[in-house]
Design a protein around this ligand. Structure first.
Ligand SMILES: [Zn+2]
Length: 226
């Protein structure tokens, strides 16, 4: 197996007989941690160099510096470093016990039937991460959350994000109201059903797979006590 991630390497290095190119996003779970980290860094840098060819200050052509970790404008000398766009992803559970008995899941209209995940969105300029979690959940499903807690992060270089994982609590009786166009359906899902879906016993519920942080967050919650 050879990994591709929009690098264009399929043109630069065509696959030999019996080889196929696959994407980091869908197949990163096949790599060990060190290899996944190295490839993720390489993909992030490659994406940056492909998209930031001109100076943000004067529009001049930039050239690579510091072995690819920076660029310098050939006209004004301005230095740039790779940018990362923060996005929050939040597992919202109800307020029963410590970890809740139900999780709030939602699906986008473009997803395959039965696919659900937790909510996510980009951090806006000047916004704290906690406020972003509250705003995104309110905007997407109309539910007020509290007790926002940080869980962990995952670089997501598609093209240049980092996913910041949180958990938050909402009233068990809160009724989700999906945002028009953005969210097709949102609902509370009991822990037993999430666990059954991960165990392959619920073909009607498709949860995030692979090594995505959404998968790790949901799997940890499904295995926890309320
Ligand atoms: Zn410049």
């Amino acid at each position: 197996m050879r990994l591709d991630s929009g690098w264009g390497l399929t043109q630069e290095a065509p696959a030999a007989d019996g080889e196929v190119w696959v994407e980091l996003r869908g197949h990163g779970a096949a790599l060990d941690d060190a290899s996944a980290g190295l490839l993720t860094t390489a993909v992030a840098l490659r994406n940056w160099h492909r998209r930031a060819r001109y100076c943000a200050r004067c529009g001049g052509v930039v050239r690579s510096r510091q072995f690819g970790w920076a660029t310098e404008c050939t006209r004004c000398g301005h230095e740039e470093y790779p940018r990362t766009d923060p996005a929050v992803i939040c597992l919202v559970h109800d307020d029963v016990g410590v970890n809740g008995e139900q999780v709030l899941l939602a699906r986008q209209p473009v997803w395959p039937p039965g696919r659900y995940s937790v909510l996510a969105g980009f951090v806006e300029a000047g916004e704290s991460l906690e406020r972003c979690v509250e705003r995104e959940v309110a905007e997407e499903v109309g539910v007020a959350v509290r007790d926002v807690r940080y869980l962990g992060s995952q670089p997501w270089p598609f093209p240049r994000s980092i996913m910041l994982g949180f958990a938050a609590r909402a009233d068990a009786g809160a009724v989700p109201s999906p945002a028009d166009g953005e969210i097709e359906n949102a609902c509370w899902m009991p822990r037993e059903r999430v666990a059954a879906a991960f165990a392959g016993r619920d073909p009607d519920l498709l949860l995030p797979g692979g090594s995505s942080i959404a998968h790790l967050m949901l799997r940890a919650w499904a295995g926890a006590d309320a």
